[in-house]
Design a protein around this ligand. Structure first.
Ligand code: P6P
Length: 338
């Protein structure tokens, strides 16, 4: 249920019943993420300025030691999530191990875990290209009242209770799902409020954009090479348009609005691809599927995969349903004719 220009706060309250089993913690968790996102957005938007000043004395304009933005973003999200007594554990791309949060009474009563890529594509900041934050939320599986364990994080993507991304682009957007569709909110920086700008987002069933780093072409499996040639063939609605920003959140966000497929396959250089299953592919897959798109590793549905390691990588094909299905067909035929 959504109304034009509804604020994120109004939307969360109005859709509180969507959060099964939650007595408001999940709403407060989404609220804490939107607060941290505003703080990170402020820093991301002045990164260039900070960099200029930082080059003189390695301090930023406030005289603080200049921090790398992805470390800054990581600290902000962890601090915000920890202070709100909602989560029992956090796993981040920036931290080798997961973080246990005991709660103010040390009684481990909080029931959610969050997995996060605090600033995906941060190498693009120096060249003023959009970047993103990706988050994934699960209910813990180990008993409440005990310390969170690794198995609370190694859950299949199907178990996610919420997932979302923030894209710091020409405008800053928060796009998220709780399993009842995908909705996009745009930040009005003057007011510090998020407004429902993209209600009930729908991934176009087909499209004419393909996004992949073709510089790796010689290293791709034959099925990927065959699919790229298919995209470039002059036939029907092809050749498709190649668009690759090098920031996954931006590439997938564009394709979700215009139609398209994003691929980061395995290669002879990276046997499982580059992207991480837990805090990049699972949340993006949940968001995309809730908008009617598809996400696989080229053969199986991403959300069905049982993780084995916190930072495991997975090949990733994500986007318009018919385009992903066509790419999977090339992957399957190539495997069968090996
Ligand atoms: P490559 C950014 O570093 C990232 O993790 C994704 O956001 C992006 O899609 C990918 O890596 C780009 O990787 O190897 O094409 O530069």
């Amino acid at each position: 249920m959504s109304k034009p220009n509804q604020t994120l706060g109004e939307f969360i309250i109005e859709n509180q019943s969507d959060f099964a089993y939650s007595s408001g913690e999940l709403s407060r968790l989404i609220n804490s993420i939107r607060l941290a996102a505003k703080v990170v957005n402020h820093e991301v938007n002045k990164a260039g300025l900070v960099d200029i000043v930082g080059a003189y004395g390695e301090t930023n304009i406030q005289g603080e030691d200049q921090q790398k933005l992805d470390v800054y973003a990581n600290n902000k999200f962890i601090q915000t999530l920890t202070n709100r007594e909602i989560v029992c554990g956090i796993a981040s791309e920036e931290n080798d191990d997961f973080i246990r949060i005991e709660g103010h009474k040390g009684d481990h009563q909080n029931k959610y875990v969050v997995l996060i890529d605090p600033l995906d594509g941060s190498s693009n900041i120096d060249v003023n290209v959009s970047v993103g934050t990706i988050f994934s939320i699960y209910r813990r599986v180990t008993p409440i009242g005990t310390p969170v364990e690794l198995e609370d994080f190694l859950q299949p993507g199907n178990n996610q209770v919420a997932a979302g991304y923030i894209i710091y682009g020409t405008s800053t957007m928060l796009v998220y799902t709780t399993g009842h569709g995908t909705n996009g909110f745009t930040l009005n920086p003057a007011l510090g409020s998020w407004y429902l700008s993209h209600p009930d987002m729908k991934f176009p069933e087909s499209g004419t954009i393909y996004s992949i780093n073709e510089g790796n072409y010689v290293h791709f499996p034959q099925g990927v090479k065959d699919y790229i040639k298919y995209c470039q063939e002059e036939k029907d609605d092809r050749p498709y348009t190649s668009r690759y920003i090098g920031s996954m959140v931006s590439d997938i966000h564009r394709n979700m609005i215009k139609g398209g497929i994003f691929m980061y396959p395995k290669s002879s250089k990276a046997n499982n691809g580059k992207l991480r299953l837990l805090y990049e592919c699972n949340p993006m897959a949940f968001i995309v599927e809730q908008a009617g798109g598809k996400a696989s590793d080229g053969f199986q549905r991403i959300l069905n995969i049982k993780p084995t390691e916190l930072h495991q990588r997975i090949p990733f094909f994500c986007g318009s349903k018919k385009m992903v299905e066509k790419a999977e067909e090339f992957m399957r035929v190539s495997e069968e004719t090996k």
